[in-house]
Design a protein around this ligand. Sequence first.
Ligand code: HSE
Length: 310
Amino acid sequence: MSTPEKESIRAYAPASIANVAVGFDLLGYPVAGAGDTVTVRRINEPEVRISAIRGLDVPLPKEAASNTAGAALIAMREALALPFGFEIEIDKGIPLSSGMGGSAASCVAALVAANELLDTPLPRESLYRFSLEGEAVASGCKHGDNLAPMLLGGLVLATLERIVSIPVPKAWHSLLVHPEAVLETRRAREVLKGDYRLQDFVSQSANLALVLSGCHTGNAALVRAGLRDVLIEPRRAPLIGGFAAAQHAAMEAGAMGASISGAGPSVFAWFESRAEAEIAAPAVLSAFKQAGFDGQYWISPIDSPGAQLL
Ligand code: HSE
């Protein structure tokens, strides 16, 4: 059967917050209000190509294998032995190297769109393994903490083998503040090399268990006790101007916890209500401003939607 050369599909994937203080490379959730849009066209040629990337001041690689969206669709084509190819157009809405999951958003939006162009679309979960190939292009290794939340929506625990939705009370809100600075994921991962103290590993495990239990039971006290990164944050915080003051401002405003979003430099905080997050936002922005960085913020339910077709 000949392929419909002109058929194209658009999909949107939101920004996301990875690690969530206690689940390095494992936990993440989407953020409403910022995202990437990707248009995918099914083509007769058995290849993946990128025809446009818009919305950035600096160029991203257009060679498909070096781009997160391209690499993911190459992985999909190969795994499914597809006889046709894809042409991709990317409209970036998430700042680069911001700790907001921009590379993962392009990758997931491309997969969600391409999936609709398959003769038999796959369930969302089945796209995860292809998305891991795309993310590896950006950060140098596979991890699904930005990807899985966009596939499922809400807070997600993402191992390399499986993705699991974690229930979170609807009232709990996230504040994400992005200072106008860049921090490349590869650099932020470099500083994590070296030994870790067993005692810190145990504390971090306890914190992860407290946060997951608190989310499952809607117990904010458990989350307050656990939403603290004793393992990764101490090594990355020195890379982020104004981090300590921004975190302090969020905690002073009543946050359940506040830490680095993904690899940084953005900062996130959890609140028991939208109203509390709204009160905290100007204080966190002001902390970054005093360190010399203008910023932007987003407030959304932790249980926010993932990627969607447009
Ligand atoms: N878990 C990743 C990290 C997220 O912190 O390096 C950014 O890709």
